[in-house]
Design a binder for this molecule. Structure first.
Ligand code: NAD
Ligand code: G6P
Ligand code: MN
Length: 441
């Protein structure tokens, strides 16, 4: 197996240590020659990089490890860019969540007005990243999980259609793990069918190797408990707010019992509930800053101070194993079946062809080949038509610098009740995003 060279973009991300630990745990599956970190915040990245250097010296000194803020140094010679950047960092995530709440709207990282604001910030940086890769490593693939993945994916489709970028999400993997616990199986024993947009989809089938259909059994469990399970193995999904989200799937199923819902549908089906149960002074960004960010950076500082990685300082992010599976599928043509965000092109037969959809794909050296999921019913299709139009309008607004299209996007979002409120929240978001958004006309 050829050893791979990898750059992690967003080297200063709270997820970087977990992903590096996971890569080290899987060197037999995906051998690594070079590992580089790249970020545009040198100081933030350096804390994690210095700690990871110690970990690598302990566990895999043969890997050439470095970190940089220079895109040329970062991208030259790599086979893969694993990208998880956050334009504007948590400071802006906090505003994405708190500003909509002031208007009585859902305040969320990827859904509703907050997700739209984040999308407008991310597009430019993601395109810049792709351009660096194409310039310095023309044969490389970008495995992107920077959010909001739906909007980023649409921007890639429109602005860099030929680029070797695959957008993906860990939510289906995480939820499948919960489903497997419900029925006493492991995720690798199960094959699913699924359709939707990112953070906006449904499982239509969950089968084992013998072809037994578990959907009814899982549905009975979810109707009572949501996706809450006894064995909680996730990392970021352990927090209280996430537990509530998994539980809420129960009410999503009640509206539409035919299929198993993605938990993110709660922001579209129960926005009033979500707002009532949000604290406008303390949102998920605050929870993450006080929780995951503090834990990860405290651990890094401790490793640097003591010169060694103690038990439990950095954890393997098993949740992110699908990134290794995806890289392996491309590097070694494994034909792995995975849920990815790809141009529809008929995968959902009665849905617009030019949408970025999330469906099962077979992945090999040429990237993902979507599997046809056939026709979808009216309820799901209606919701998806509306949401995909929002995502398309945002990308058009970014390209054309159009205030009008941003207003339309917000007006069309199922999380916003009227054009008036849409305009008010838009104006407030523009005010704090001047550094990041194009100036709208
Ligand atoms: P974080 O703020 O800790 O990390 C993001 C890093 O990206 C920061 O160090 C920041 O300086 C850096 N960055 C910002 N703009 C950059 C640019 N233009 N070039 C290079 N680096 C840049 O955030 P986090 O909570 O660790 O999350 C990272 C990203 O991963 C977010 O976009 C998050 O939404 C996403 N995420 C996605 C999934 C998924 O399922 N798709 C799962 C988890 C996290
Ligand atoms: C899930 C989603 C990601 C999202 C993350 C947020 O895993 O699939 O797209 O970024 O949750 O987690 P956080 O802990 O930052 O709220
Ligand atoms: Mn996601």
């Amino acid at each position: 197996m050829k050893k791979q060279s990898i750059v992690i973009a967003g080297g200063g991300s709270t997820y970087t240590p977990g992903i590096v630990m996971m890569l080290l745990d899987n060197l037999d599956k995906l051998p690594i020659k070079t590992l580089k970190l790249y970020d545009n915040d040198a100081e933030r990245q350096e804390i994690l990089a210095k700690a990871l250097k110690i970990v690598l010296d302990e566990q895999a000194p043969e890997i050439e490890f470095s970190y940089t803020t220079d895109p040329k140094v970062a991208f030259e010679g790599v086979d893969f860019c694993m990208a998880h950047i956050r334009t504007g960092q948590y400071r802006m995530r906090e505003l994405d969540e708190k500003i909509p709440l002031k208007f009585g709207l859902v305040g969320q990282e990827t859904c509703g007005p907050g997700g739209i604001a984040y999308g407008m910030r991310s597009i430019g940086d993601m395109i810049e990243l792709i351009d660096y890769m194409e310039k310095y490593a023309p044969n490389a693939w970008m495995l992107n999980y920077s959010n909001p993945a739906a909007i980023v994916a649409e921007a890639c489709r429109v602005l860099r259609p030929e680029a070797k970028v695959i957008n993906m999400c860990d939510m289906p993997v995480g939820t499948l793990r919960r489903m497997s616990q419900i029925i006493g199986k492991t995720p690798d024993e199960l094959t699913v069918r699924y359709f939707g947009l990112n953070h906006f989809g449904w499982w239509t089938s969950v089968k084992d190797q013998e072809g037994h259909e578990y959907l009814p059994e899982i549905r009975d469990y979810v109707a009572e408990n949501g996706y809450l399970t006894q064995i909680e193995v996730d990392t970021q999904h352990m927090d209280q707010s996430w537990q509530e989200t998994h539980k809420k799937a129960k009410d999503l199923l009640a509206v539409n019992p035919r299929y198993l819902p993605n938990t993110y549908l709660k922001y579209y089906l129960y926005p009033d509930y979500v707002v009532e149960h949000s604290n406008p002074e303390y949102t998920r960004a605050n929870e993450v800053m006080a929780g995951r960010e503090k834990r990860v950076f405290d651990a890094a500082r401790k490793i640097i101070e003591t010169g060694k990685c103690g038990e439990g300082d950095f954890h393997i992010d098993n949740h992110a194993l699908f990134i290794v599976d995806l890289a392996r599928a491309i590097a070694f043509n494994t034909g792995e079946r995975m849920l990815l965000i790809v141009p529809n092109n008929g995968a959902i037969s009665n849905f617009r062809q030019d949408a970025m959809v999330e469906v099962p794909c077979i992945v090999g050296t040429d990237g993902p080949e979507p599997l046809c999921q056939g026709d979808i019913p009216t309820f799901e299709r209606g919701m998806m038509e509306q949401q995909v139009a929002v995502e398309k309008l945002i990308v058009e607004a970014w390209v054309e610098k159009s205030y009008q299209k941003m207003w339309q996007a917000l007006t069309l979002s199922k999380t916003v009740p009227s054009a008036k409120v849409a305009k008010d929240v838009l104006d407030a978001l523009i005010e704090v995003n001047t550094e990041y958004w194009p100036e709208l006309k």
